[in-house]
Design a protein around this ligand. Structure first.
Ligand SMILES: [Zn+2]
Length: 324
């Protein structure tokens, strides 16, 4: 029988990950590129075509075996029309990406929100295989969420569902990237934790972070993890505080939705899940209704960055009714 593959491209805010993939063999070729920051729409299309061609070449397979190209995009979009409304981190708006890319390649192009694509990957190939009703939360620079109900992705009325990062949890809280005050991601994302640690360091609190990020390294999740391992009190304090908030928010959403599975992922969780998950679970259990708690499991992403690439397979099956 003829082998079928798809190409999945995860267009992140800092990097583009792409893979040539099918259910049986997994990822057989991959490409990692920096994001084309502030690139024009035309430049995006050119670089996507380059990535697609280099994957096909690397895998050494025939074009006719590629059945779809699936793009995971951080922003608002319509997966049915293939139009991106706004992807602020990529500097893109009103981008007819499916149509434009389709003009250059002989494969159908599908698009999906990157977090939804990650959740689909976890449901189909990862730790959430058995989940029926599931929430995925990715914690990094911001906080993204995706909902799966009765085994299917829940996109909402205008395909924007899952924006858990913008739940307002403290009216007096810090200003969020969205312009509102006290959003979940303005309080508990990696960027927010780092902001709070650096503020405390400025007012002369001691922390190893200063040394680890010397002279001017950005404080990424890996540095936070090193600081926790070195028992840095300030870092531990701020991460623990964020974990308590995360547990609370998850409890609120679980009370509303009665999920069976909550998967946590993203850079911060991947670097620190052994430290963070117990605190998150404790806070979750203190805040959630008992009957809801009994039926839900909180676990961490077991596919890492590849979750969204695997999600492309689910997308192709949904939109094109094919098995790859
Ligand atoms: Zn917000």
């Amino acid at each position: 029988m003829e082998k079928k593959y798809i190409i999945s491209i995860d267009m992140g805010g800092t990097k583009i990950l792409a893979g040539l993939i099918n259910s049986e063999e997994g990822i057989i070729a991959r490409v990692k590129n920096p994001t084309i920051a502030g690139g024009s729409q035309k430049e995006y299309i050119i670089s996507l075509v380059k990535i697609i061609n280099s994957l096909i070449k690397e895998a050494g397979i025939k074009s006719k075996n590629i059945k779809a190209v699936c793009l995971g995009i951080p922003g608002s979009l319509n997966p049915y029309s293939g139009v991106v409304g706004l992807a602020p981190n990529l500097g893109l708006k009103k981008f007819h990406v499916s149509e434009k890319l389709q003009e250059k390649i002989p494969f159908p192009v599908l698009i999906e929100n990157d977090v939804n694509m990650g959740a689909l990957g976890l449901k189909k190939f990862g730790i959430a295989k058995k989940a029926k009703n599931m929430l995925a939360v990715f914690i990094g620079t911001g906080i993204g969420g995706a909902i799966i109900l009765d085994g299917k992705i829940y996109r909402g009325t205008s395909y924007a569902a899952g924006e858990i990062g913008h739940m307002i949890i403290n009216r007096e809280g810090p200003i969020c990237g969205c312009g509102k005050k006290g959003c979940f991601e303005a309080v508990a994302s990696r960027a927010s934790i780092v902001r709070d640690i650096l503020e405390d360091i400025k007012s002369n609190k001691k922390s190893i972070i200063k040394k680890l990020s010397f002279p001017n390294k950005p404080v990424k999740s890996r540095i936070l993890s090193q600081a926790v391992k070195a028992n840095d009190k300030l870092t531990i304090k701020h991460i623990s505080k964020a974990c308590e908030v995360i547990g609370q928010v998850l409890a609120n959403v679980a009370n509303l939705m009665n999920f069976d599975t909550i998967v946590l992922g993203g850079g911060l969780i991947e670097a620190l899940d052994k430290f963070m998950l117990p605190i998150i679970k404790k806070s979750f259990n203190e805040n959630v209704l008992k009957d809801i708690a009994k039926h839900v499991e909180i676990v961490s992403n077991d596919l890492g960055d590849d979750a969204a690439l695997y999600g492309g397979i689910a997308l192709a099956e949904e939109f094109l009714s094919i098995k790859v």
